[in-house]
Design a protein around this ligand. Structure first.
Ligand code: ADQ
Length: 483
């Protein structure tokens, strides 16, 4: 895919793709679970370039002399530029403003959202650190590709420092409707920050509409063209468009068909299932937006309503701890354990445990093998920008035995229309859909998967990146021609 673009690429994210941690035996290179990083790392390994991110590991300084770490260390494909922050800065900008403010608000969980001017000051100052680093590392011909809700002010800060740069910003999570957005006391600053970009990307058309409306309702001297997806702002034209993020299905297919992962996938079924049983799987960061508790409630309802299904299904949930510095995340973890125990005590027998839990990150290859092994995959987000787990599950199903049960409020539901859709707020309906999934014939499962796999072959991760950067590239060229 090395021909993606012929200009240097500078990616900017909050999280770094590799965190170097000091252990008793040496340094461990950890890749954290999370959609943004798992999408961008393969891309940059392929095209090369620079990646600016917050240095969060205890050995990060050690592996990055002068603040720059080659990735991978042994055979460098791109340069990671690390930004060092104090504990107070991380608390203010990341834990408080981004994760306790913008994250819940964007997922419409208004009651959880907390904002403060003090936290916003940290947010602004830390964003500026990112912007300064990008301004320093970028060449005149560079395309800057910044990301997500932790860095909303970065586009306009970069523009002030380097008006010559072309900037695209991708918003990975849902964009809230204006009535919700305006609850954020700094919403106008957030909008102004994003409007520094030339291209603004969102996951779905609904997000684009909500964003355009927010801009129109917030400022007087602005022209919004809904049909073209364009905003005229301070003498510039900003392109606003949906670019649904995706996965590298060809890579996933080849990973799951290696001898090692084929064996592992079979071994998982062999170890967990008795003849005739089906394996259900969910994989999530332990985040309250992923609907883990509603899913367990639906599962309980399912075993109540369909006693014949008891003993027929083993449900494996992989829940990786995340953002443990936020108390809501710690208590969610305890709640998941309580609910799972409750199901197992209520329905389990000496020979059958309905819910099994894995509480850690699983290496990517094995994770893909788990998806391959499953008879059904459950994605039950309350709200979700896209949800890559759904797309990974479909991609890994090379035996075509699995049914995807997918929350209708995840962005992925708009494309994966052959999934069985559920409303995570409706436990009885969810239980009925689960029952339906288990009874689908092999032919029907196969047809549904084939249709979704074809869609993913036609809309890959590389198409996503190419589409955004092509719009940015042509926009930048048009600007050069005009001026
Ligand atoms: P996330 O909220 O992090 O991403 P998601 O899209 O589901 O959510 O991606 C999670 C990623 O982490 C997947 O690639 C998955 O394989 C990986 N992962 C999860 N649990 C894991 C485990 N136990 N071990 C190893 N890996 C694990 C945000 C938005 C999403 C959007 C993405 C990308 O919230 O809506 O899809 O960005 O834009």
């Amino acid at each position: 895919m090395g021909t993606l673009i012929d200009r240097p690429l500078v990616v900017v994210t909050n999280r770094e793709p590799y965190v170097d941690e000091r252990t008793r035996t040496g340094i461990r290179h950890v890749q954290k679970a999370g959609g943004v990083v798992s999408a961008l790392d393969p891309l940059l390994r392929d095209v090369g370039g620079d990646w600016v991110a917050w240095a969060s590991g205890s050995a990060d300084r050690h592996t990055a002399p002068g603040g720059v770490r080659p990735v991978p260390l042994d055979n460098p494909r791109y340069r990671l530029h690390r930004i060092y922050l104090t504990a107070e800065e991380v608390l203010g900008y990341y834990t408080r403003y981004a994760n306790q403010g913008l994250w819940p608000l964007s997922h419409l969980l208004i009651e959880r959202a907390r904002f403060s001017r003090r936290a916003f000051t940290f947010y602004r100052n830390v964003n500026l650190k990112f912007a300064r680093r990008v301004a320093r590392e970028s060449q005149a011909s560079s395309l800057v590709f910044s990301h997500d809700y932790q860095l909303a002010l970065v586009p306009s800060q970069i523009r002030q420092l380097r008006p010559d740069l072309a900037i695209a910003h991708f918003w990975h999570i849902p964009w809230p409707v204006f009535t919700v957005l305006r609850l954020c006391p700094q919403y106008q600053e957030i909008l102004r920050g994003l409007l520094g970009a030339d291209v603004l990307g969102f996951q779905t058309d609904e997000d684009v509409d909500a964003f355009l409306t927010s801009v129109e309702r917030s400022f007087r001297h602005v022209a919004v063209d809904y049909t073209q997806g364009q905003i005229q702002w301070q003498g510039r034209v900003i392109h606003v468009k949906s670019f649904p993020i995706s996965v590298d299905i060809a890579d996933i297919e080849s990973v799951v068909q290696t001898a090692r992962i084929t064996r592992w996938s079979r071994a998982v079924r062999h170890r967990l299932l008795k003849p005739g049983q089906q394996l259900g799987l969910s994989v999530d960061r332990a985040d309250y937006t992923k609907g883990i508790i509603p899913r367990l409630e639906a599962l309980r309802e399912f075993f109540h309503r369909y006693p014949d299904q008891r003993g027929q299904v083993v449900f494996l949930q992989v829940v990786v701890p995340t953002r443990s510095e936020v108390s809501a995340y710690r208590s969610l973890f305890r709640h998941v354990e309580q609910e799972s125990r409750r199901i197992n005590e209520e329905f389990g027998t000496t020979t059958w445990t309905p819910v099994l839990t894995v509480r850690r990150s699983i290496d990517r290859y094995r994770l893909m093998g788990l998806y391959r092994a499953a008879d059904f995959g459950l994605v039950s987000s309350l709200f979700d920008g896209m949800n890559l787990v759904a797309k990974e599950f479909v991609s890994a199903q090379v035996d075509r035995r699995g049914v995807l049960i997918l929350s209708e409020t995840a962005g992925a539901a708009q494309e994966l229309d052959q999934a069985l859709s559920v409303n995570p707020w409706d436990p009885e309906g969810f239980a009925a859909t689960l029952n339906l999934a288990l009874s689908l014939s092999f032919d029907e499962r196969k047809e549904r998967l084939q249709a979704m796999q074809q869609h993913l072959h036609e809309h890959t991760l590389y198409d996503w990146a190419t589409d955004i950067l092509t719009v940015l590239d042509s926009q930048a060229k048009a600007y050069v021609v005009e001026s």
